[in-house]
Design a protein around this ligand. Structure first.
Ligand SMILES: O=P(O)(O)OC[C@H](O)CO
Length: 411
């Protein structure tokens, strides 16, 4: 018995060393590549102007270029009269981050009630002075570490990965964009602007988070009911504190209904067993399943974990479209010209079963048509990875993919 245990321990130890070595090599190669390629001021990729559709009494606008989005967000904060709710996973201390901070403080100083939430872990590299706000701004810093991690209390873990802005309960924004200058011109991402009664969904998401996590000294936010009850639009919230992860169910349900096409755009695509099976089943029944991912993302380890699924996906008939020339960071999908989602959740374990996330789900043909337009536009910047090309990759690539498999549940 002890011999078997010893062999098992050695096996685990050797595998662990292999993971560390492979990860180190991949990171070194990636760093060298980035140095060689350099850093352009502006990256060129096909882009669309903001596009809008009505949904009931509200207007939904899709933003696919950061500069357009950030201008719109800043203009709303500048025009705020009563209330600003801003939540961002990453809030960089660069020129754009400073601009947001200035407008937030200016709003608070003219009497607007301002509440801000950011994730401490995601902003560890941001200088301390940037994170200081005057008392007129109510700030919630979502902690990066709680001792509960050691007793695996899921309720007490999870990054706040959400990106929400709501102004005066009239206009709201949600999507993949964090706050940072690079995202304005160099990354291809998608955000949704909601104007009208449906803004309630995003405001409610912010209010519920604030009230669930606020310290005793922080004010409770008024939790109003929804007068409209519009069934075509929902903001689904993953909330580890309530052990609630509806975004994963939303995806599984929508993929299961697909009969024509599934068009997914993801920055970090590391599907779990059920999501993978749902996509393969859809492709198997003749649905045109296409997934856009960056050919090379900003997280080399995510790329390699993602690649570990390519063989199965390609063999099952799923098309993999590799986005060229820019980091595509969107977390969106549209199905059958009827259903769409735009949000903060990546299709990976961290987002779907670990973090605080928010995704808008819209069941509407006009909105799906906008999403299809964005997807087709993005397709022009992709190249399709064929099974033939993928099958001829080097042995060392296959080896790296295999070694990294145990990391899948962590990302
Ligand atoms: O966690 P996300 O999806 O907001 O992406 C963050 C970027 O990867 C920052 O490195």
């Amino acid at each position: 018995m002890s011999t078997i245990l010893n062999i098992a321990l050695w096996f685990v130890a050797i595998w662990f060393v292999l993971i560390v070595l492979v990860t180190a090599v991949l990171m070194i190669v990636d760093t060298r590549r980035k140095r060689r390629v350099g850093d352009a001021d502006e990256v060129v990729f096909p882009r669309l102007p903001p596009i809008s559709e009505k949904l009931g009494d509200s207007t939904l606008t899709l933003y696919t270029y950061g500069r357009d989005l950030f201008d719109a967000m800043l203009a709303e904060i500048r025009g705020a009269k009563h209330e600003v709710h801003l939540e961002s996973y990453i809030w960089k201390d660069d020129a754009l981050g400073e601009q947001f901070k200035r407008e937030i403080i200016a709003a608070a100083e003219r009497g607007v009630k301002v509440h801000v939430i950011y994730d401490v872990f995601a902003n560890l590299v941001v200088k301390r002075s940037f994170k200081r706000f005057p008392p007129s701004v109510h700030v919630m810093r979502h902690p990066w570490f709680t001792p509960w991690i050691f007793v695996l209390r899921i309720r007490k873990t999870g990054r706040d990965h959400r990106k929400i802005l709501v102004v005066d309960r009239k206009v709201g924004f949600v999507g993949g964009y964090n706050i940072g200058s690079d995202y304005a011109t160099k990354w291809r991402d998608t955000h949704l602007r909601v104007e009208g009664p449906l803004t309630w969904e995003l405001n409610n998401a912010f209010v519920d988070f604030w009230n669930a996590h606020r310290k005793g000294s922080q004010p409770d936010l008024v939790d109003t009911g929804d007068i409209e009850w519009e069934p075509r639009f929902r903001a689904h919230r993953n909330a580890p504190i309530h052990l609630s992860f509806p975004i994963r169910n939303m995806y599984l349900d929508a993929i299961d209904r697909a009969s024509l096409r599934v068009s997914i755009t993801q920055a970090y695509f590391i599907p779990d067993r059920d999501v993978l099976a749902a996509l393969l089943r859809a492709a198997g029944r003749g649905v045109d399943v296409r997934v856009i991912v960056p050919e090379i993302s900003n997280h080399v380890l995510c790329d390699w974990l993602s690649r570990g699924f390519y063989s199965q996906l390609l063999r099952g008939g799923v098309k993999i479209l590799l986005f060229q020339g820019a980091m595509v960071h969107a977390k969106t999908a549209t199905i059958d010209g009827r259903w769409s989602t735009i949000g903060t959740a990546n299709i990976d374990r961290l987002s779907l079963t670990g973090n605080y996330e928010v995704n808008a789900e819209v069941v509407d043909e006009s909105v799906a048509a906008m999403m299809d337009r964005v997807f087709e536009n993005d397709c022009t910047a992709t190249r399709e990875l064929t099974l033939e090309e993928w099958s001829s990759r080097r042995h060392r690539a296959r080896f790296s993919e295999a070694v990294l498999v145990p990391l899948r549940p962590l990302l």
